[in-house]
Design a protein around this ligand. Structure first.
Ligand code: NAP
Length: 467
């Protein structure tokens, strides 16, 4: 008789889709769990692992990337295999994976941006900040995007940490960025940049801004940058004064008041915070964005207690040649996988995939990370999120039928991949590219020089010792 999936000699076979932080924390929790012998195959559609750590975290925030040391150890684990350059829904389908594995976990993150939904949003010069981020981080899909940085003023819409990142990269002296792993094409473009002022727009007030203290304070330390905010924009209404009791908010307000009290030094570049304003239209000039029409807002408390921005009917126009909307990421449906379109997430209960938001559990399928809970939290937040999903998986493993997918053994997927996508990437292949990038970086006093074209990545992965 065949062994059950949770018994010795018949390990639990798991496919994790997406090799970003959530995928790695899920894999780590599975192979560390001593109650079960889990073998995990980690699939990634790009040849490189690490997801947002490679393509999202700002290049001048290298310490955050230290988490890859944990991920590297996961890749070395004897019960973990990495299959990069394999696209879910194209190279392998949901039904094939569920037939081949006992359990499948979707950890694909949030693949697109939210929109503002205003006229002019698609004018040339108006971009999602997420694309700008992926461009300066050398994400292959965004390498050829042409951001026009010959303009004097850029507007960043949103008050989250991504808005902070893109504003800081626009303002930081290129010689400082040159010490980071920023993609070479972006460094070159930023060296030519004419952007002198970045205006960051918050639709609500300073007490509602989502950015964190360290990130906000960092602006004040940038060489050659004056930070400016009008004191009257920092005045709190009665409701917001209540929110200022929160430690993060209180510290943000302190930092912003410090900025408001600063006398401009005449620095070559400037960051200006504006609060209580919403873009209502992007106005065109010479075929692209020329200005942003803003409406002033006031805060109103909704029935559920949320302080919402409400337009006052007062308008102003702010000239700007570049607009980066940084109003949040959004999850994208995976082919054939249930999706809650209203929230941009996979419907789940404790990580167990549901057939619809109110539906039943689809046995053997799970979600972790941003595609499970939405695009919030820092990288470490995914650890607890993955732990919840893995707890459900371990609980369910004992109930799997004997003939569950993993019974096919570890080689079935290898045969399929060799046939369909012979250019699939293993952990050893990735290590060769990793070392080649690091070697190139060492020569320039940088953490790494990123390879940004898939063909070149694959070439370097196969040719041991080059780079
Ligand atoms: P976020 O923190 O959710 O911020 C989104 C911002 O966009 C909010 O200020 C929101 O304002 C605003 N917004 C939404 N819709 C808008 C609209 N239609 N018009 C104007 N403003 C609008 O999202 P994020 O910045 O994309 O960050 C995603 C997650 O990654 C966050 O958890 C963040 O902390 C994390 N992250 C962390 C770091 C770091 O640790 N250094 C770096 C980058 C990202 P409302 O509050 O009014 O909705």
């Amino acid at each position: 008789m065949t062994d059950r999936p949770d018994s010795p000699g018949r390990p639990l076979r798991v496919a994790v889709i997406g090799a970003g932080p959530a995928g790695f924390f899920t894999t780590d929790a599975l192979v560390k769990n001593t109650s079960i012998e889990a073998h995990v195959d980690l699939f990634e559609r790009w040849p490189t692992p690490y997801g947002l750590v490679r393509e999202g975290v700002a290049p001048d925030h290298q310490s955050i990337k230290g988490v890859t040391r944990i991920f590297d150890r996961v890749l070395l684990h004897p019960r973990v295999r990495f299959f990069g350059n394999v696209a879910f829904g194209e190279d392998v389908s949901r039904s094939e994976l569920t037939a081949m594995y006992d359990q499948v976990v979707y950890a694909v993150g949030a693949q697109t941006d939210r929109r503002m939904g205003i006229p002019g949003e698609d004018l040339a010069g108006s971009w999602p900040a997420t694309e700008f981020v992926r461009w300066y981080n050398g994400q292959p899909e965004c390498v050829d995007l042409a951001f026009d940085l010959s303009v004097e003023r850029a507007v960043v819409v949103g008050n989250g940490n991504v808005a902070v990142d893109v504003a800081r990269i626009l303002l930081t002296h290129p010689d400082v960025l040159a010490r980071s792993d920023i993609a070479d094409h972006a460094l070159e473009a930023l060296r030519q940049s004419q952007v002198r002022e970045v205006v960051m727009l918050g639709r609500r007030g300073p007490a509602q801004a989502k950015f964190t203290n360290v990130e906000l304070k960092e602006f004040g330390t940038l060489d050659g940058v004056d930070v400016d905010v009008a004191p009257e924009e920092l005045e709190l209404d009665l409701d917001s004064a209540g929110e200022a009791g929160d430690r993060r908010v209180a510290r943000n307000l302190e930092i912003l008041h410090d900025y408001a009290a600063r006398v401009p030094s005449g620095a070559p570049r400037r960051l200006r915070f504006r609060f209580h304003v919403s873009p209502v239209e992007l106005l065109s000039a010479d075929g692209g964005v020329g200005a942003v029409r803003l409406e002033r807002n006031r805060l109103v408390r909704t029935e559920d207690g949320y302080l919402s921005a409400s337009g006052t009917g007062e308008y102003e126009t702010l000239s700007a040649g570049l607009v980066l909307r940084s109003v949040g990421y959004r999850g994208v449906a995976l082919p054939d996988v249930p999706f809650d379109d209203s929230r941009g997430v996979i419907p789940h209960r404790l990580g167990r995939l549901l057939t619809s938001p109110d539906g039943d559990h689809a046995p053997g399928e799970y979600a972790a990370g941003w595609i499970k809970r939405g695009p919030s939290g820092v990288i470490g937040t995914n650890k607890a999120c993955a732990a919840e999903t893995v707890a459900s998986m371990i609980e369910d493993a004992g109930r799997l039928p004997v003939e569950s997918g993993g019974a096919e053994g570890p080689d079935a997927i290898l045969a399929m991949l060799s046939d369909r996508c012979p250019d699939y990437v293993t952990a050893d292949d990735w290590r060769r590219l990793d070392e080649a990038e690091a070697r190139r970086g060492e020569a320039e006093g940088r953490p790494r020089v990123k390879v940004v074209r898939v063909d070149e990545m694959l070439d370097l992965m196969r040719k041991r010792g080059e780079g």
